[in-house]
Design a protein around this ligand. Structure first.
Ligand code: TMP
Length: 209
């Protein structure tokens, strides 16, 4: 049987790292074999592309360059890591996937979603996450958390309106694909967020038996 593909999405400062750890604990507790990975990145080449995408530059980055680099990293990630794992029954937990491209490059930058869909079809044909957890928070709150961390990357330097559009992009996907998307209110306490995530995962696992 194929492994399950779980992705975590959200705008900046939403607490993805903490909640990835929370999902990992859930998987370990159930004895499920899994790998944990991220986008852009996840492979040696992908992590190099991540560096290119997140670094600050004196010249602005062309939107198409950004879009194609996201998919270039993703193609390598699928080929080298995600598909081999799923095919041997290992679950894959991924910090962001193509939904981030629809939200950031589509919603945030205004790239035509049909073009993004064409690239998605090219790079991963019918593969879709089985479950996507959308951690949701007011972008302003998330950005103030990011500011406390210091040293923002190229995306984190964007203005608030950009992240409002990204969030809208996620909400649109949530409305269009309710069967795999689950909304998690990330403004609650870490324990409450972890509890909500565990409940979603328990329900997801129940449906598999
Ligand atoms: P992270 O720091 O949350 O892991 O993600 C790196 C940044 O890359 C984040 O600001 C979102 C952005 N991103 C996109 O713009 N498009 C994508 O397809 C992905 C995967 C990430």
């Amino acid at each position: 049987m194929k492994g399950k593909f779980i992705t975590l999405e959200g705008t900046e400062g939403v607490g993805k790292s903490t909640n990835i750890a929370c999902i990992e604990q859930w998987l370990v507790a159930r004895g499920i074999e899994f790998i944990s990975t991220r986008e852009p990145g996840g492979t040696e080449l992908g992590e190099e592309i991540r560096g290119l995408l997140l670094d600050h530059r004196s010249a602005s980055v062309d939107i198409m360059t950004e879009l194609l680099l996201m998919f270039a990293a993703r193609a390598q990630h699928l080929y080298e890591k995600i598909l081999p794992a799923l095919n041997k029954g290992t679950w894959v937990l991924c910090d962001r996937f193509t939904d981030a491209t629809f939200a950031y490059q589509g919603g945030g930058r205004g790239v035509d979603t049909e073009l993004i869909q064409t690239l998605a079809n090219l790079v991963h044909k019918e593969l879709q996450p089985d479950l996507t957890l959308l951690l949701d928070i007011e972008p302003q709150i998330g950005l103030s958390r990011v500011a406390q961390r210091g040293d923002p990357d190229r995306f984190e330097m964007e203005e608030l309106a950009f992240f409002e559009r990204v969030r809208q992009g996620y909400h649109q996907q949530l409305a269009e694909q309710p069967e795999r998307y689950r909304l998690i209110d990330a403004s609650h306490s870490p324990d409450d967020v972890a509890g909500a995530i565990h409940r979603v995962l328990d329900k997801f696992a129940e449906q598999l038996v």
